[in-house]
Design a protein around this ligand. Structure first.
Ligand code: ZN
Length: 244
Protein backbone atom coordinates (compact mmCIF):
# COMPACT_ATOMS: atom_id res chain seq x y z
CA UNK A 1 0.00 0.00 0.00
CA UNK A 2 1.58 3.24 -1.22
CA UNK A 3 0.34 5.63 1.51
CA UNK A 4 1.70 3.35 4.24
CA UNK A 5 5.28 3.29 2.99
CA UNK A 6 6.75 5.84 5.47
CA UNK A 7 5.37 3.72 8.32
CA UNK A 8 6.60 0.50 6.68
CA UNK A 9 10.08 1.96 6.38
CA UNK A 10 9.96 3.20 9.98
CA UNK A 11 8.88 -0.22 11.28
CA UNK A 12 11.70 -1.97 9.45
CA UNK A 13 14.29 0.60 10.52
CA UNK A 14 13.42 0.38 14.23
CA UNK A 15 13.05 -3.42 14.20
CA UNK A 16 16.73 -4.28 14.94
CA UNK A 17 16.51 -2.01 18.02
CA UNK A 18 13.22 -3.70 18.99
CA UNK A 19 14.97 -7.07 18.66
CA UNK A 20 17.73 -5.78 20.91
CA UNK A 21 15.15 -4.64 23.49
CA UNK A 22 13.32 -8.00 23.28
CA UNK A 23 16.64 -9.73 23.94
CA UNK A 24 17.07 -7.58 27.08
CA UNK A 25 13.55 -8.58 28.20
CA UNK A 26 14.25 -12.29 27.58
CA UNK A 27 17.63 -12.01 29.28
CA UNK A 28 16.33 -10.22 32.39
CA UNK A 29 12.63 -10.87 33.02
CA UNK A 30 13.02 -14.61 33.80
CA UNK A 31 15.83 -13.76 36.27
CA UNK A 32 13.67 -11.13 37.95
CA UNK A 33 16.09 -8.33 37.02
CA UNK A 34 15.11 -4.71 36.42
CA UNK A 35 14.56 -4.02 32.73
CA UNK A 36 14.33 -0.24 32.75
CA UNK A 37 16.79 1.18 35.29
CA UNK A 38 19.65 -1.30 35.18
CA UNK A 39 22.13 -0.23 32.47
CA UNK A 40 23.35 -2.89 30.04
CA UNK A 41 26.62 -4.47 31.09
CA UNK A 42 28.82 -7.40 30.05
CA UNK A 43 27.64 -10.51 31.95
CA UNK A 44 31.24 -11.67 32.18
CA UNK A 45 33.23 -8.66 33.43
CA UNK A 46 30.41 -6.31 34.45
CA UNK A 47 31.71 -3.39 32.36
CA UNK A 48 28.83 -1.08 31.38
CA UNK A 49 28.22 -1.14 27.64
CA UNK A 50 28.98 2.06 25.75
CA UNK A 51 27.24 3.57 22.73
CA UNK A 52 29.48 1.54 20.41
CA UNK A 53 28.31 -1.72 22.01
CA UNK A 54 24.63 -0.91 21.74
CA UNK A 55 24.14 -0.40 18.00
CA UNK A 56 21.81 -3.26 16.95
CA UNK A 57 23.24 -5.72 14.38
CA UNK A 58 26.40 -3.65 13.77
CA UNK A 59 27.95 -3.93 17.27
CA UNK A 60 27.93 -7.72 17.28
CA UNK A 61 29.59 -7.90 13.85
CA UNK A 62 32.04 -5.08 14.62
CA UNK A 63 33.11 -6.64 17.96
CA UNK A 64 33.08 -10.14 16.39
CA UNK A 65 30.64 -11.37 19.01
CA UNK A 66 32.92 -10.54 21.93
CA UNK A 67 32.91 -8.04 24.80
CA UNK A 68 35.05 -5.00 23.89
CA UNK A 69 36.58 -5.01 27.39
CA UNK A 70 37.23 -8.63 28.45
CA UNK A 71 36.73 -10.35 25.05
CA UNK A 72 34.26 -12.84 26.59
CA UNK A 73 31.93 -14.23 23.93
CA UNK A 74 28.52 -12.53 23.77
CA UNK A 75 25.71 -15.10 23.50
CA UNK A 76 24.85 -15.17 19.77
CA UNK A 77 21.09 -15.50 20.40
CA UNK A 78 21.07 -11.78 21.30
CA UNK A 79 22.25 -11.09 17.76
CA UNK A 80 19.88 -13.64 16.19
CA UNK A 81 16.94 -11.93 17.92
CA UNK A 82 17.85 -8.63 16.23
CA UNK A 83 17.89 -10.38 12.85
CA UNK A 84 14.65 -12.28 13.56
CA UNK A 85 12.84 -9.13 14.74
CA UNK A 86 13.83 -7.40 11.49
CA UNK A 87 12.58 -10.33 9.40
CA UNK A 88 9.27 -10.36 11.32
CA UNK A 89 8.80 -6.60 10.75
CA UNK A 90 9.30 -7.20 7.02
CA UNK A 91 6.63 -9.93 7.05
CA UNK A 92 4.22 -7.69 8.99
CA UNK A 93 4.73 -4.88 6.47
CA UNK A 94 4.20 -7.23 3.51
CA UNK A 95 1.07 -8.71 5.04
CA UNK A 96 -0.52 -5.60 6.62
CA UNK A 97 -3.00 -3.56 4.61
CA UNK A 98 -3.53 -0.64 7.01
CA UNK A 99 -0.97 1.13 9.26
CA UNK A 100 -2.76 -0.11 12.39
CA UNK A 101 -2.77 -3.68 11.06
CA UNK A 102 0.95 -3.51 10.26
CA UNK A 103 1.93 -2.21 13.71
CA UNK A 104 -0.35 -4.65 15.51
CA UNK A 105 0.92 -7.62 13.50
CA UNK A 106 4.55 -6.61 14.04
CA UNK A 107 4.00 -6.30 17.81
CA UNK A 108 2.30 -9.72 17.99
CA UNK A 109 5.09 -11.40 15.97
CA UNK A 110 7.76 -9.72 18.12
CA UNK A 111 6.04 -10.91 21.31
CA UNK A 112 5.77 -14.46 19.90
CA UNK A 113 9.52 -14.36 19.19
CA UNK A 114 10.38 -13.13 22.70
CA UNK A 115 8.12 -15.74 24.33
CA UNK A 116 9.49 -18.56 22.17
CA UNK A 117 13.11 -17.67 23.00
CA UNK A 118 12.36 -17.14 26.70
CA UNK A 119 10.77 -20.58 27.05
CA UNK A 120 13.54 -22.20 25.02
CA UNK A 121 16.30 -20.61 27.12
CA UNK A 122 14.79 -20.55 30.61
CA UNK A 123 11.52 -22.53 30.55
CA UNK A 124 9.85 -19.28 31.58
CA UNK A 125 7.05 -17.28 29.97
CA UNK A 126 7.13 -13.88 31.75
CA UNK A 127 3.73 -12.38 32.65
CA UNK A 128 4.66 -9.10 30.96
CA UNK A 129 5.02 -10.91 27.61
CA UNK A 130 2.04 -13.29 27.90
CA UNK A 131 -0.15 -10.41 29.18
CA UNK A 132 1.04 -8.08 26.42
CA UNK A 133 0.32 -10.72 23.78
CA UNK A 134 -3.21 -11.27 25.11
CA UNK A 135 -3.98 -7.53 25.17
CA UNK A 136 -2.67 -6.82 21.66
CA UNK A 137 -4.21 -9.97 20.15
CA UNK A 138 -7.63 -9.13 21.62
CA UNK A 139 -7.42 -5.46 20.58
CA UNK A 140 -6.32 -6.40 17.04
CA UNK A 141 -8.81 -9.23 16.41
CA UNK A 142 -10.89 -8.81 13.24
CA UNK A 143 -13.58 -10.96 14.90
CA UNK A 144 -13.56 -9.99 18.63
CA UNK A 145 -16.10 -12.68 19.56
CA UNK A 146 -13.98 -15.49 18.09
CA UNK A 147 -10.89 -14.00 19.75
CA UNK A 148 -12.47 -13.80 23.21
CA UNK A 149 -13.87 -17.32 22.91
CA UNK A 150 -10.49 -18.60 21.64
CA UNK A 151 -8.68 -16.95 24.56
CA UNK A 152 -11.20 -18.19 27.13
CA UNK A 153 -11.37 -21.75 25.87
CA UNK A 154 -7.57 -21.92 25.42
CA UNK A 155 -6.97 -20.88 29.03
CA UNK A 156 -9.68 -23.17 30.42
CA UNK A 157 -8.51 -26.20 28.43
CA UNK A 158 -4.90 -25.74 29.52
CA UNK A 159 -5.86 -25.04 33.15
CA UNK A 160 -7.87 -28.30 33.15
CA UNK A 161 -4.99 -30.16 31.49
CA UNK A 162 -2.55 -28.81 34.09
CA UNK A 163 -4.83 -29.84 36.96
CA UNK A 164 -5.55 -33.25 35.46
CA UNK A 165 -1.87 -34.00 34.95
CA UNK A 166 -1.04 -32.95 38.50
CA UNK A 167 -3.74 -35.20 39.96
CA UNK A 168 -2.82 -38.21 37.82
CA UNK A 169 0.97 -37.99 37.80
CA UNK A 170 1.47 -36.21 41.17
CA UNK A 171 3.89 -33.73 39.60
CA UNK A 172 3.85 -30.55 37.55
CA UNK A 173 3.45 -31.27 33.82
CA UNK A 174 2.30 -27.97 32.39
CA UNK A 175 3.55 -24.61 33.63
CA UNK A 176 1.22 -21.79 34.67
CA UNK A 177 2.97 -19.69 32.01
CA UNK A 178 1.65 -22.04 29.31
CA UNK A 179 -1.89 -21.53 30.62
CA UNK A 180 -1.47 -17.74 30.50
CA UNK A 181 0.13 -17.97 27.05
CA UNK A 182 -3.03 -19.60 25.72
CA UNK A 183 -5.00 -16.37 26.32
CA UNK A 184 -2.92 -14.52 23.73
CA UNK A 185 -2.53 -17.46 21.34
CA UNK A 186 -6.25 -18.32 21.55
CA UNK A 187 -7.16 -14.71 20.80
CA UNK A 188 -4.64 -14.58 17.94
CA UNK A 189 -5.78 -17.72 16.08
CA UNK A 190 -9.45 -17.51 17.20
CA UNK A 191 -11.80 -20.22 18.38
CA UNK A 192 -12.00 -22.09 15.05
CA UNK A 193 -8.27 -22.71 14.73
CA UNK A 194 -7.56 -23.30 18.42
CA UNK A 195 -7.61 -27.15 18.14
CA UNK A 196 -5.24 -26.99 15.16
CA UNK A 197 -2.87 -24.72 17.09
CA UNK A 198 -2.71 -27.10 20.07
CA UNK A 199 -2.30 -30.14 17.81
CA UNK A 200 0.48 -28.50 15.81
CA UNK A 201 2.20 -27.31 19.00
CA UNK A 202 1.99 -30.76 20.60
CA UNK A 203 3.26 -32.55 17.48
CA UNK A 204 6.17 -30.08 17.22
CA UNK A 205 7.09 -30.48 20.90
CA UNK A 206 6.93 -34.30 20.71
CA UNK A 207 8.96 -34.34 17.48
CA UNK A 208 11.65 -32.17 19.08
CA UNK A 209 11.66 -34.35 22.23
CA UNK A 210 11.99 -37.55 20.17
CA UNK A 211 14.78 -36.03 18.08
CA UNK A 212 16.59 -35.11 21.31
CA UNK A 213 16.07 -38.61 22.73
CA UNK A 214 17.31 -40.19 19.52
CA UNK A 215 20.44 -38.04 19.60
CA UNK A 216 21.15 -38.89 23.24
CA UNK A 217 20.19 -42.54 22.85
CA UNK A 218 17.61 -42.49 25.68
CA UNK A 219 14.25 -40.97 26.49
CA UNK A 220 13.68 -39.13 29.75
CA UNK A 221 9.99 -38.39 30.37
CA UNK A 222 10.73 -36.05 33.28
CA UNK A 223 12.94 -33.82 31.17
CA UNK A 224 11.16 -30.43 30.74
CA UNK A 225 9.99 -29.47 27.27
CA UNK A 226 9.68 -25.89 26.04
CA UNK A 227 6.02 -26.40 25.09
CA UNK A 228 5.49 -22.62 24.97
CA UNK A 229 8.12 -22.35 22.22
CA UNK A 230 6.34 -25.05 20.19
CA UNK A 231 2.98 -23.30 20.66
CA UNK A 232 4.41 -19.91 19.59
CA UNK A 233 6.00 -21.55 16.53
CA UNK A 234 2.65 -23.21 15.71
CA UNK A 235 0.83 -19.86 16.00
CA UNK A 236 3.41 -18.27 13.70
CA UNK A 237 3.00 -21.12 11.18
CA UNK A 238 -0.81 -20.68 11.23
CA UNK A 239 -0.38 -16.94 10.69
CA UNK A 240 1.99 -17.58 7.76
CA UNK A 241 -0.62 -19.71 5.97
CA UNK A 242 -3.36 -17.16 6.70
CA UNK A 243 -5.11 -18.98 9.55
CA UNK A 244 -4.53 -16.35 12.26
ZN1 ZN B 1 33.26 -8.17 29.38
Amino acid sequence: MLSAWPLSLFLILISPAIGSFLAVLVDRLPRGEDVVRRPSACRSCGTALGVGDLVPLASFIWRRGRCGHCAAPIPPWLFYMEIAATGLALLAVLEGDTPGHMIGTAVILWLLLALAVSDLMWFRLPDLLTGGLALVALAMAPDPRAAFLGAGLGVMAFAALRRGYRIMRKREGLGLGDVKLMAGLGAFVGLTHLPLLVLLGAVTAIAVALAGAWRQGRYDATRPLPFGTALCAAAFALWLVGLA
